[in-house]
Ligand binder design. Structure first.
Ligand SMILES: [Zn+2]
Length: 124
């Protein structure tokens, strides 16, 4: 956590979840779709060095999987549509969900890492 700035973990993660700066909640945390901004456009907090690596895709798979798989099972149980319907519906819906969820999860992880004061390149 940055000295002089006391923000609750839930607030920092929530701001990251909305792709906003965990510190001020106003600036964007991303310069492009998944590329972290070098610094916040509002408070100038540095984010360019935070590396989330693979944790954001892992959490995204967890979240999207828990949304899509029950829907697939529910549709199959209720309507039993032909296989081509499943193949036409679920892959694009899954991709759409991933494109929506991934930056939010990455922002939340960045908010969490920022709150902890880690960058992801620490040596053990
Ligand atoms: Zn900011």
């Amino acid at each position: 956590m940055i000295e002089g700035v006391q923000i609750a973990l839930t607030r920092a993660v929530g701001r990251g979840l909305s792709c906003r700066c965990p510190r001020c909640g106003r600036g964007n945390i991303f310069a492009r779709y998944l590329k972290p901004a070098a610094s916040c456009t509002h408070c100038n907090e540095a984010y360019g060095k935070i590396r989330t690596d693979d944790i954001a895709p892992y959490f995204t798979i967890l979240v999207v999987g828990h949304i899509i798989v029950p829907l697939v099972l529910l549709v199959e149980k209720l309507y039993a549509p032909p296989a081509w319907t499943h193949w036409s519906l679920w892959p694009p819906l899954t991709l759409l969900a991933v494109f929506i969820v991934l930056p939010r999860v990455k922002g939340a992880v960045m908010g969490w890492m920022w709150w902890l004061g880690i960058r992801g390149d620490e040596q053990h």
